[in-house]
Design a protein around this ligand. Structure first.
Ligand SMILES: [Zn+2]
Length: 141
């Protein structure tokens, strides 16, 4: 699913974000738009309501917040207060994410997850670089 992006695969797996129109999502949207790509947003009729939908490529992209989706990265830290509540909550988010990816795949969609930490925080990559990786992925089939 994410083979072309192996070097950054760890930060590109899994599923979706809770809020809409987050900063990392906007960065990616603007970058793709500037490079001539057009897409639909948050299509409710698809599993997991993907953030970006490219019907022509039969591909969807989720931009996932590292906290809400429990990314295994330095940006994820369980809160000190009520850690078991948060662990359960984030665990169920991850389960839902995995189910959405599975359903999308069964319906013939390719899915890509771009993690927040690729676009924000100390380990972020230049936006143009992320956009190029995403375009490469979109066009790989
Ligand atoms: Zn992360």
């Amino acid at each position: 699913m994410t083979d072309v992006l192996t070097p950054v695969q760890r930060r590109l797996n899994m599923s979706r974000i809770r809020g809409k129109d987050t900063e990392p999502e906007m960065l990616l949207r603007r970058g793709l738009h500037a490079r001539g790509f057009r897409f639909r947003l948050h299509r409710r009729d698809l599993p997991g309501r993907p953030d970006l939908v490219f019907p022509h490529f039969h591909a969807v992209i989720f931009v996932n917040g590292c906290f809400w989706h429990g990314h295994d990265c330095p940006m994820f830290k369980l809160p000190a207060t009520r850690p078991e509540f948060w662990a359960a909550k984030i665990g169920s988010n991850r389960t839902r994410d995995a189910l959405a990816l599975e359903s999308l795949s069964k319906e013939g969609w390719r899915s890509l997850v771009v993690w927040e930490c690729m676009l924000r925080g100390p380990a972020r990559l230049p936006v143009d670089e992320v956009v190029s990786l995403v375009i490469k992925w979109l066009e790989c089939e």
